[in-house]
Design a binder for this molecule. Sequence first.
Ligand code: FE
Ligand code: FE
Ligand code: ZN
Length: 181
Amino acid sequence: MGANTFQELFLDEMKDVYDAEHRIVRALPKMIDKAGSDALRTALENHLRETEQHVVRLERGFEQLGESPRRKACKAMEGLLAEAEELMKESDDDNLRDAAIIAAGQKVEHYEMATYGTLREWARQLGYEDLARTLQETLDEEGKADKKLTELSGTLNLHAAETNGDMELDEDIDEDEDEDE
Ligand code: FE
Ligand code: FE
Ligand code: ZN
């Protein structure tokens, strides 16, 4: 099951993120559809185009390694995207739905950033300098996408949603009642 060499582990992680990127390409159009603000829709559309390029870059990476591109189910991304779907369907309020989309999107970006950071470092150590540079390029784009989402998060009007009665803030949590037995 597990990798026996560093090279194998590296290849496994490449397949994992290659699968993750495919899943994101499939999930983003649904998020774009549900986005309430034009700014969020545009940001997601831009990142969809970038994500398509991430797939292409990985394919070139596999080539450089003398391998054919292959996917290995990324269970983490599967879970993150399943959570995203749940979060998105919870509200009819545009601001709330955008908040949910942004939250889900940032989790996706951070997972990608973690993976690309690791892969870039491993590529360097294994002597794949070109690949390391390409991985860094993608890592930078994921980072920018994340920052853009943070910026958009700051423009949301969540208090309006609160007074609409769509969201109730739990002011204090009673620890005794919090135990589910
Ligand atoms: Fe990506
Ligand atoms: Fe994964
Ligand atoms: Zn991304």
